[in-house]
Design a protein around this ligand. Structure first.
Ligand code: PMP
Length: 404
């Protein structure tokens, strides 16, 4: 009966990783994947995660019972405080519903599904996504019957934010539109609004009654500081912009495969929040019944124990610091040593794990084909794939393709 199923195209990022793995060239570089690597190019298990795991596995009362439908309560409540702030009035007032999800992807899915069912759309079911955005956002919203539209975000001319275009879109969109916003460290561009710009975005969203669908997959990765990176989200809550937040511990705790995430929906009253929670529970029940225990237990230990939490912040600084150092080294090589034509300020100005280099699809392809440097066709590089051993090789080859 599946004789006529059409062949789907492979996922381009995972295809790139497969090509990298199959390549036997010694100096090959993988700048495609959005996962942290240490200075030896290896995955890094955070020391605090190792400690939390050891503690968890030695605990005598560990069982494998089901979690509640909405997840491990001590995990979800600590996760809410992490993103919204420990002293968040919205939490104190009981206006936040937090549900444990299958990492950030699951949070986006559950948030999209909830919006599709219960948001009072002003017309057709649509969501505005930044152009460009994490490609999966399109599929996630389409899957639940919400049509993705885009708003201008990245300006190739400045290799920065198209602020006028963004605000223009907020202004002209029908009232009560849903806008997906990257909380920090925008993927794939590495370009974030400034605080001043966020404030203006909040002004227009309030004026128009728009809904903010925040996706926060990189808290800690932008600045190295968890509170700084949650600034926009907290400011929007404070100003009363209607919103939800999708949260992931894949990157900031290096728990990619454990699928630890949460969806936090902020409601105007506790009473509305209780109804939101009841409906999210019904949706979650039919999809996964109960979220997985292991990663949530680890993150719960890290968030709830002050010493572990302090150590985690140091680990995050280690990761963010190494990425910032790679930006500096790459910038220095291009501008001072190699004198590569063009302006490279964006390498040090962009934020988080990714950088939009501004090179063309042809130049990106030349890097893959001729230099064994793997990156996506849009010219995005994962800074985490660079290290002290390969940054010069990369800079020299980037210089070559830019010179043509
Ligand atoms: N949102 C964005 C913007 C992302 O970049 C990612 C990871 N690539 C995610 C969500 C979700 O990742 P995960 O499901 O692994 O938490």
């Amino acid at each position: 009966s599946w004789q006529n199923v059409p062949l789907a195209p492979p996922d381009s990022i995972f295809q790139l990783t497969a090509a990298y793995k199959a390549d036997t060239f010694e100096k090959k570089v993988n700048l495609g994947v959005g996962a942290y690597r240490d200075d030896d190019g290896k995955p890094w298990v955070l020391p605090v995660v190792k400690k939390a795991e050891a503690r968890l596995l030695s605990s005598p009362n560990l069982d494998h019972e089901y979690l509640p439908i909405t997840g491990l309560p001590e995990y979800t409540s600590a996760a809410a405080k992490l993103i919204l702030g420990a002293d968040s009035p919205a939490i104190a007032e009981g206006r936040v519903t937090s549900v444990q999800t299958i990492s950030g992807t699951g949070a986006n899915h559950l948030g999209a599904l909830f919006a599709s069912r219960f948001y009072s759309f002003n017309g057709p079911k649509q969501v505005f996504l930044s152009n460009p955005t994490w490609a999966n956002h399109f599929a996630i919203f389409k899957n639940v019957g919400v049509e993705p539209l885009t708003y201008p975000y990245y300006d190739p001319k400045t290799i920065g934010l198209d602020y006028e275009g963004f605000v223009g879109s907020l202004t002209t969109a029908a009232p009560k539109s849903i806008f997906l916003l990257h909380a920090c460290a925008h993927n794939p561009t590495g370009v974030d609004p400034t605080k001043e710009q966020w404030n203006k975005i909040a002004d227009v969203m309030l004026e128009k009654g728009h809904y903010a669908f925040f996706d926060c997959a990189y808290q800690g990765f932008a600045s190295g500081n968890l509170d700084n990176d949650a600034w926009a989200v907290r400011e929007f809550v404070k100003r009363g912009v209607p919103m939800l937040v999708c949260q992931s511990f894949a990157k900031n705790a290096g728990l990619y495969g454990e699928r630890v995430g949460a969806l936090h929906v902020i409601a105007p009253t506790k009473e509305a929040s209780d109804r939101v929670k009841s409906q999210l529970s019904v949706l979650q029940r039919s999809e996964i019944s109960n979220p997985p225990t292991y990663g949530a237990r680890i993150v719960s230990i890290i968030l709830n124990e002050p010493e572990m939490f302090t150590e985690w912040k140091r680990d995050i600084e280690t990761m963010a610091g190494r990425i910032i150092e790679m930006r500096k080294q790459l910038f220095h090589l291009l501008t001072v040593e190699l004198k590569t034509p063009g302006n490279w300020d964006h390498i040090i100005n962009q934020i988080g794990m990714f950088s939009f280099t501004g090179i063309s699809p042809e130049q990106s392809k030349a890097l893959v084909d001729k230099a064994h440097v793997y990156l996506t066709a849009n010219g995005r590089i994962s800074m985490a794939g660079l290290n002290t051993k390969n940054v010069r090789y990369f800079a020299e080859n980037l210089d070559k393709v830019v010179r043509g």
